[in-house]
Design a protein around this ligand. Structure first.
Ligand code: ZN
Length: 195
């Protein structure tokens, strides 16, 4: 296992569309394991392969409460609690979606910047697991938000693209002016929102 480098905005590689994975090779499995390890090392709750410079439709997620108490069990929906995590999704597709929810999102590729983003409240997805088996999953809560955020990454989209131009430009000019802080300077609460 290895900790991978995470690309940050405005790296143009984050804007490319990722390709479907045709077969779940040992290389894909290794990448998935490295992504989980990297996600935990960065204290993130989700990570998409293009963020670690692999243009493949692969995402890793874990929204469970941590020892540091970032989340409480009560904050998880029963659907979320019923899903085994860390969750790896290969070639994820949203089949059905309903409702609306907002969450103050952050991103490991734009560390320390946060803004409320509107997402679907409930989604039904189809994906492959690490055994190459197709499965469907219905999910809501933070995990559903996170999956939508990560699928956006696979299409070269970042959460700032879902903001009003005024809000997006405010974040972009702040990044231009101040850059990103050292990871050590970020608080637990901030890190817990980065996906
Ligand atoms: Zn992200």
């Amino acid at each position: 296992m290895a900790i991978l480098d995470v690309l940050t905005f405005p790296d143009p590689r984050l804007r490319k569309k990722s390709k479907a994975i045709e077969s779940v090779t040992n290389e894909v499995k290794k990448l998935a394991n490295d992504m989980v390890e990297t996600m935990y090392d960065f204290n993130g709750i989700g990570l998409a392969a293009p963020q670690v410079n692999s243009l493949l439709r692969l995402i890793a997620l874990d929204t469970r409460p941590t020892k540091e108490g970032r989340y409480k069990n009560e904050d998880m929906t029963s659907l979320e609690q019923s899903i085994e995590q860390p969750l790896i999704l290969i070639n994820p597709e949203i089949l059905e979606k309903t409702g609306e929810t907002t969450y103050e999102e952050g991103c490991l590729s734009l560390p320390s910047y946060f803004e409320s983003v509107k997402r679907f409240d409930w989604i039904k997805i189809e994906a492959l697991n690490l055994k190459g088996e197709k499965f469907q999953l219905e999910v809501d809560g933070l995990l559903a938000i996170c999956i939508q955020h990560e699928i956006d990454h696979l299409d070269g989209k970042l959460f700032i693209d879902r903001l009003s131009p005024i809000k997006a430009n405010r974040i972009k000019s702040k990044i231009k002016k101040y850059g990103y802080p050292d990871r050590e300077d970020e608080t637990e609460e901030e890190l817990s929102k980065e996906l």
